[in-house]
Design a protein around this ligand. Sequence first.
Ligand code: UT7
Length: 330
Amino acid sequence: MNTLGSGLKIIGSGTAIADQSLTNQDLSNIVETSDEWIQSRTGMRQRYICSANENLASLGVKAGQKALAMAGLQPDDLDLIILATSTPDDLFGSAAQIQGGLGATRAFAFDVTAACSGFVVGLNVAAQFLRTGVYQRVLLVGGDVLSRWVDWSDRTTCVLFGDGAGAVVLQRQAQDNLLAFEMYTDGSGNGCLNLPYQAVPQPLTAGKTVAQGTYQPITMNGREVYRFAVAKVPEIIEKVLFKAELTTADLDWVILHQANQRIMDAVGDRLAIPLEKMISNVGNYGNTSAASIPLALDQAVREGKIKEGDLIALAGFGAGLTWAASVVRW
Ligand code: UT7
């Protein structure tokens, strides 16, 4: 066992926002919707989307640079980069592009795909490398560019999503500030939320075909996903708190995946957590998938809301279906 101990702490955070804002009014020029419908059903006022000048890797590099600056570290200090995303610029993975863009020459880099649970899953994966002492410093980036995969003629989904990236730097230390985590998958609900590959069989040679098609835009059964989130998120938060020998009263902050203000309100209600402890920025950024939790976290840290020693519950949920939660001390 290395003398540094077998715990970890988040020592820096940063974000990158896509370059174009898209308001509810803009959306009402694209599909039959209204600011009133979107705000009352989701709490969203605007979101940001990438032009052709930006991509997941460019956002990830910017978010990573800001997190490193807050941590007081150089790219070369990193041993590992984990990118949580479902929308890589390259299907072979985009973590390596971020590693190259940062110049983090010592760091191994790989992608984790767990949709809107991705950031919390990435945090729990990173912790395993730090706790075992294999690595000392990890950059975790959560980012998605769902605007490239949305059907812009489908009003039931296109109003919901935005692009962005958030990052945290994790460092090994004696005390473990990741107090507990829980993760679940229910593949029987897989059909509720998909960005599926559609194979088109093509003859290749005598008696053999190849199936080359394309990815299809996002499809979602919004009501089912809503029901799933409101049932499972309170449950997983209670479980993770039980594991950490804490109660909801001990929490200073709760940061849920920013899918919908109504989901956050319902979860807060079920757990009797006061509204002011539920951090939300969904009104400004929409649902940014794997980026939503680090975007909300970084904003709250930079606004001085989250302070050293605060207890925070994080919970992600979405496609898979997957749901994951962690309790961290800041
Ligand atoms: O990040 C992954 C996790 N994703 C989520 O957590 C999403 C979870 N689901 C939700 O947040 C909500 O289900 C939505 C915001 C997606 C939809 O809200 P809802 O209250 O469940 O609406 P609905 O799907 O039940 O639709 C109600 C009505 C429908 O019209 P009818 O059939 O009642 O006549 C829809 O066609 O609203 C209509 N509608 C719209 N109207 C105006 C659906 N989308 C729109 C729209 N503008 N954009």
